[in-house]
Write a protein that binds this ligand. Structure first.
Ligand SMILES: C[S@@+](CC[C@H](N)C(=O)[O-])C[C@H]1O[C@@H](n2cnc3c(N)ncnc32)[C@H](O)[C@@H]1O
Length: 457
């Protein structure tokens, strides 16, 4: 845990406000907050959970056996192009979903379609603005990390084609622009969101056109309204033969774990879009942490002043592999059903589509790894709150309760370290639930029966 601090020498400098401060002001937060939150040893987050089962994981893993993971996975055959029109898959959907027949994708689409675009100034007033910015920072670093990896093997100026699955209103358009990609395919189930995404893209093109005449054009883009858990996306691409370098699915993949066919469809969409060596990256809630918190609470509901999660499953000791449903409410941002993503199942299913899991890292670990490299971006994106606050910018969290970790942290700093960047404890409890993942597309070989098999590159 480290903190960067503003070297404040006097009142005059103090007035130099946020942008300057935050450029230099990185965090601390994590372990302090976690230890504050998790008094019991078993909620403590290990240094590295990459590819490891924590005690909680093992528990979930054992639970998975009750649901007969092998049977569930081998029962699935191939996923048709469009599950919505397939009677057969409706059946298998029911089966793997342990009898649930409700389709939550409709709820999800309605929910996101109804979310208004509230604009930057509204978002800046939100109680969770720093957490949202922090999550955005994580996405920026993740995209950057894998774009760099990919570019290493390519010649300068080579094309870079990307599928943004569940792109929402286009919150990552600027990140793709910065990554200098050549083509972007945006898909989402919520048509209204996708229209806003398309509008944002047009605005970007127009801005770019008026500023940079004569320079390289911004990436080209196409927009597809589709349920990525039920529709074969490749068939909808403007050029269905196109091979992509990247598939990104940010804060959305967990919707697919409603049922086995939906998870398979989403993974097949990612796998069959990619060239060998290409990456499928994303962010999802860490099911182990979710289950751990659920098991520690009385009843099925837990949370704090910025979030609440209510599990709809019957038995917290035996969540099913698919359809382990919970409602996630986050300060007016998300309030619709989500599903636990059991990591060993995800890994196994993905391998069926030639995707090899190469990273699974919780946000706290990811932050720790990239905080130095991404320091100036943390400041530019205002991804951390300044503590103690400047007079004109009061703290967004509860000053008495939400910053005790920061108070303690500062006690160990030299006296001239007057400001640090942090997140309130309530926000940290939410963001620390999430993890990044990355898969790499393996090489396809065709066996004697004409079926694809995948081998490491
Ligand atoms: C939390 S938002 C994330 C949006 C964007 N990826 C981001 O990071 O800003 C989740 C998005 O997933 C979309 N989504 C959920 N289920 C989907 C599905 N089955 N097919 C396509 N999009 C879906 C929602 O409409 C919503 O736009």
């Amino acid at each position: 845990m480290s903190a960067l601090h503003v070297k404040t020498k006097g009142k005059a400098e103090e007035k130099q406000h946020k942008s300057d401060t935050e450029k230099f002001c990185t965090t601390m937060i994590k372990t302090e907050i976690l230890s504050e939150t998790d008094k019991s040893a078993d909620l403590e987050i290990p240094q590295s959970r990459k590819h490891k089962l924590s005690p909680d994981c093992e528990h979930v893993s054992k639970v998975a056996k009750y649901d007969n993971e092998e049977d569930a996975l081998s029962a699935s055959t191939s996923v048709p192009s469009d599950l919505t029109t397939s009677g057969n898959n409706e059946k298998s959907n029911d089966k793997s979903n342990t009898g649930r027949s409700t389709d939550n994708t409709v709820l999800v689409a309605d929910h996101y379609n109804m979310l208004e675009e509230k604009g930057l100034s509204f978002r800046n007033q939100s109680r969770i603005v720093y957490m949202r910015n922090f999550n955005n920072w994580i996405k920026s670093m993740l995209i950057h990390e894998y774009v760099v990896k990919l570019k290493q093997g390519k010649s300068f100026g080579a094309s870079l084609r990307v599928l943004d699955m569940c792109c929402g209103k286009g919150g990552d358009l600027l990140k793709w622009k910065k990554a200098n990609i050549s083509h972007l395919i945006c898909t989402d189930i919520a048509q209204v969101s996708l229209e806003q995404c398309q509008q944002r893209y047009s605005d970007m093109v127009n801005r770019k056109g008026s500023k940079d005449r004569g320079f390289a054009p911004i990436f080209t883009a196409e927009f597809i309204t589709a349920d990525c858990t039920k529709v074969r996306l490749r068939e909808k691409f403007a050029d269905p033969s196109m091979q992509l370098d990247f598939v990104s699915c940010q804060f959305a993949f967990h919707y697919s774990f409603e049922s086995l066919p939906q998870a398979e469809c989403m993974l097949r969409n990612a796998g069959e879009s990619l060239k060998p060596g290409g990456y499928f990256i994303g962010t999802i809630p860490d099911a182990y942490d979710l289950v751990s918190r659920w098991q520690k609470c009385d009843g099925n509901k837990f949370g704090n002043d910025v979030y609440s999660i209510e599990f709809i499953c019957e038995d917290k000791t035996k969540p099913p592999l698919f359809g382990a449903k919970y409602n996630f409410h986050l300060d007016g941002v998300v309030d619709c059903p989500e599903f636990l993503v059991h990591l060993p199942t995800l890994r196994k299913l993905a391998s069926k589509y030639g995707l090899e899991l190469i990273a699974f890292e919780r946000f706290d670990e990811y932050y720790e790894r990239f905080k130095d490299e991404g320091r100036s971006l943390l400041g530019n994106m205002q991804a951390l709150e300044t503590y103690p606050p400047y007079h004109e910018t009061p703290l967004l969290g509860d000053p008495e309760q939400d910053y005790q970790h920061a108070v303690r942290y500062m006690q160990n700093l030299p006296a001239n370290h007057r400001k640090i960047g942090t997140l309130s404890q309530s926000e940290w409890e939410v963001t620390s639930l999430y993890a990044i993942f990355a898969f790499q597309k393996m090489k396809t070989i065709w066996n004697s029966e004409g079926k694809p098999e995948y081998v490491k590159l």
